[in-house]
Design a protein. Structure first.
Length: 323
């Protein structure tokens, strides 16, 4: 059977780093509160010339380089983002153009913080269905553009950045020892819309709007939803937490990551945490975390890796793959 195997990966971050202390003159907060409640120490913030498209392009080029590939080798781009450059066309098509690609097809995927997990699961289906041979799967966000910088309950939490992987069709046996995407489980439930949303849009206000979140409410649901979808993925693959080499969760809050790992019985040393470096970068957080753990030598070829995310919608999901 065909498997979607990771051929390369990469990341890109805005030049400017904002430390927690930089918020102290802007809103009533402190480095101590932010670190204790979230684990965040810094985040990158895009300058005017840095956009979802430019960061996504840079991450895509890094992923292509790491796999020894060029844009000519790609026939599908799936971009996970909730902060596109324009309402339309899809920013994925803009990235396609920036890469000099006149072939293949590209589209955006909007599942907020779960976007990258949704995008990997989607690209895997296109590859296994024979519509694509090599897909660039990108998570790129500039949440700094939709933050209310006077709202301390949200502005300290988010950051900008992009990460990407190249998935390639390769032959597999159909067993758990195969490299590539092995199982996925996706969920959504719109009843929770008001807990995390942007208060503008083309069809309602005609404006871009600002992010609004009832953080405590999101927190209350997060661990249960995350563990449910991961247990479904384990069941589909016929594995347990002990079989995992690495857990790469969405990076929203260190307390959510720790509580989920504990409930699932995933050992602390297998958990990749980058929320301290990047804050919550929504759809970019999982591929950014992957890029850190691959670059420092933790994630290696053949390792069993679990990706997970939960966010606005609510949407949530998990993907199990062998690197
Ligand atoms: O990526 C999508 C998914 N999103 C998430 O997973 C986020 C989930 N939620 C969270 O991570 C947490 O709920 C937060 C980090 C957002 C907040 O932590 P919390 O422990 O749930 O705090 P809280 O909202 O219950 O607020 C506690 C106190 C409040 O003051 P009072 O009412 O106790 O007087 C807040 O007003 O902390 C206050 N507060 C702050 N204080 C200093 C809220 N934001 C800040 C701040 N600095 N930046």
């Amino acid at each position: 059977m065909i498997r979607s195997v990771v051929r390369g990966n990469g990341a890109a971050l805005p030049r400017r780093i904002m430390k927690n202390a930089d918020f102290e003159g802007m809103v009533e907060t402190s480095d101590e509160w932010i670190v204790q409640r979230t684990g965040i120490r810094q985040r990158h913030v895009a300058a005017d010339d840095e956009t979802t498209a430019s960061l996504g392009e840079a991450a895509a080029r890094a992923a292509l380089d790491s796999g020894g590939l060029t844009p000519a080798d790609i026939d599908l781009i799936v971009l996970a983002t909730s902060t596109p450059n324009n309402t339309f066309p899809a920013t994925a098509v803009e990235i396609q153009n920036r890469l000099g690609m006149r072939h293949g097809f590209a589209f955006d995927m909007q599942a907020v913080c779960s976007g990258f997990v949704y995008a990997v699961a989607t690209a895997d289906l296109y590859i296994r269905g024979g519509l694509a041979k090599r897909a660039l799967v990108i998570g790129s966000e500039t949440f700094s553009r939709i933050l209310d910088w006077s709202d301390r309950s949200t502005c300290v939490l988010f950051g900008d950045g992009a990460g990407a992987v190249v998935l390639e069709a390769q032959d597999g046996t159909g067993g758990i020892a195969d490299r590539g995407v092995l199982a996925a489980s996706l969920r959504s439930d719109g009843v929770h819309k008001e807990k995390l949303f942007v208060d503008g849009g083309p069809s309602t206000t005609g404006t871009v709007g600002h992010l609004r979140m009832e953080g405590r409410e999101v927190f209350k649901h997060a661990v249960g939803m995350i563990t449910d979808v991961i247990e479904a993925t384990f069941a589909e693959a016929g594995i347990t937490a002990e079989d995992l080499d690495w857990f790469v969760p969405h990076q929203a809050n260190k307390r959510i990551i720790d509580a989920s790992a504990k409930k699932l019985g995933i050992a602390e040393e297998k958990v990749v945490v980058t929320v301290d470096l990047h804050g919550n970068t929504s759809a970019a957080s999982v591929p950014l975390a992957l890029s850190v753990a691959v670059a420092d030598g933790r994630i290696k070829k053949g390792d069993l890796v679990l990706l997970e995310a939960m966010g606005g919608g609510f949407t949530w999901g998990a993907v199990l793959l062998r690197w």
